[in-house]
Design a protein. Structure first.
Lengths: 229, 248
């Protein structure tokens, strides 16, 4: 990618990044307050407050799984996304099934390199656009919930909507597997064997992603170190 | 008024709309800011626009699927809360599961939808769903800046690698992580086929991959570059269409 290689451009990126972190932190803090405030306000309207004992019990059960995987997701995905996109992605959600593949797709099309300032810009554009489109689609969908319901709940179309994620990961499989078959073979074979032998793990794919990802990164590291990539 | 009617009043929609509008404005702000930053850094305007259009087309189909998640949850939690959750911080695979855990913790032993939902149970579920997914946002406030600074220290190294003609290791890790992610899903589809006899996800993934291969051929080999923006969405559509056909 052709960019201004002057120190002025580098200085601009440094200043931009500083601003992004400052604004990002403030916005995320406000978002957390707004998000926690929403159910509490709904409760106030209904004249009730949460059952705090049940909340603590439910939260503990959820946190064991989702706070653990959330920390790992943060450590893995934040460097991929860069600063601006990270602040947006972690408050707009749908990370694995939408934002990460979307940013990766944009990055691939634009030919940017992970960790580079250009990648930061492209990822931010991608996650911001994706979040806005998702918000608009859902807002329009909710407004049209009554007229849209017969179409969306049409029995013939259900298999299509139930298989959006396999369709997404199938398309991504071609993109990434074809880039490096050497890295692909072992994690893919390992995951196929694990899920065939232990189908009970199918409901915990998000945990297995971490195992598979670590395996792929380990293999990639060895190949890279030995100049085999 | 039933509990569901109470949950679907205009006031509830307004309460849900406040964070959604705030986050939409945030996205718009970052979109403009990063676009201007890209231009100031000398990036090609065409590429910046491509990043936006390709991301928009990429998002439409998954968003429709996320909308179905809203519809599914709206039967038990009303429309405003699932709309809020899936428009912003939530995740499709997370919401139903966590709502169910929260419902059980709130005294519905059969889980969400198994008994009469009270207003207090609803608020408790909403709080668990929100607090249960906040870790990423909290880490962004306290850790992101220093963490990225640490990771980017290897940036100079990456530039040296690039200069020496070697692929930057950051790129290798990125691709490897994605290979791991996709491998886990493909493996789970095979497991679904062998254990439940449901081969549709695997077939859909295979067809989408084949469609993507055809699009990539035209885009990379035949140089039909405009296809890049639509290849992902179109490949998904082909796969989804096959799901309808094999289930007829």
């Amino acid at each position: 990618m052709e960019t201004k290689t002057t120190t002025a451009a580098q200085q601009f990126y440094t200043d931009y990044n500083k601003q992004v972190h400052m604004i990002g932190r403030i916005i995320v803090a406000i978002t957390i307050v707004l998000l926690l405030g929403a159910p509490l306000t709904m409760g106030a309207v209904l004249g009730v407050s949460p059952d705090w004992a049940a909340f603590a019990k439910g939260w503990a059960q959820v946190a064991i799984i989702y706070w653990t995987s959330g920390v790992i997701e943060f450590l893995i995905y934040a460097p991929m996304l860069g600063s601006g996109a990270s602040y947006l992605a972690f408050i707009t959600g749908n990370l694995i099934n939408l934002k990460i593949p979307c940013a990766a797709n944009a990055r691939d099309i634009c030919g940017t390199t992970a960790g580079a300032p250009e990648n930061d810009v492209v990822s931010t554009l991608s996650v911001a656009t994706s979040s806005l489109v998702n918000i608009v689609v859902l807002a329009v969908g909710v407004m049209c919930l009554v007229p849209l319901s017969p179409i969306l709940s049409n029995e013939a179309l259900q298999p299509a909507f139930e298989n959006v994620i396999p369709a997404l990961f199938g398309a991504l499989a071609f993109k990434y597997f074809s880039q490096s078959l050497k890295v692909t073979v072992i994690p893919l074979a390992a995951m196929c064997i694990i899920f065939v032998l232990m189908p009970s793990l199918i409901s915990n794919v998000s945990m297995l992603i971490l195992v598979s990802g670590a395996l792929a990164i380990g293999i990639a590291y060895l190949l890279y170190k030995n100049n085999k990539l | 008024m039933s509990i569901l009617e109470n949950l679907n009043t205009p006031l509830m929609f307004i309460i849900a709309a406040v964070p959604i509008i705030f986050i939409a404005l945030t996205c718009l702000f970052f979109l403009v800011k990063s676009y201007r930053a890209g231009l100031a850094m000398g990036m090609d305007k065409k590429k910046l626009k491509t990043a936006i259009t390709s991301s928009a087309t990429f998002t439409v189909l998954p968003s429709v699927s996320i909308l179905l998640g809203v519809i599914t949850l709206s039967g038990t939690l009303g429309i405003p809360l699932p709309w809020l959750r899936l428009s912003v911080i939530g995740a499709l695979h997370y919401e139903g599961n966590v709502a169910d855990i929260a419902a059980r913790a709130s005294g519905l032993p059969g889980g969400l939808g198994s008994g009469v939902l009270t207003a207090q149970t609803f608020v408790t579920i909403g709080m668990v769903m929100t607090a249960g997914i906040l870790i990423g946002a909290i880490l962004c406030i306290f850790v992101l800046k220093s963490y990225l600074a640490k990771v980017n220290k290897t940036g100079g190294k990456a530039k040296d690698e690039k200069a020496s003609g070697k692929k930057p290791f950051g790129d290798v890790v990125f691709s490897a992580m994605f290979i791991g992610l996709v491998s886990a899903y493909i493996g789970s589809y095979l497991g679904t086929g062998t254990s439940q006899g449901n081969w549709t996800p695997l077939i859909v993934a295979g067809v989408s991959a084949a469609a993507m291969g055809i699009f990539e051929y035209f885009s990379r080999v035949k140089n039909v570059k405009w296809l890049d923006n639509f290849s992902m969405a179109c490949s998904m559509l082909v796969g989804m269409a096959v799901a309808v056909v094999i289930n007829m």
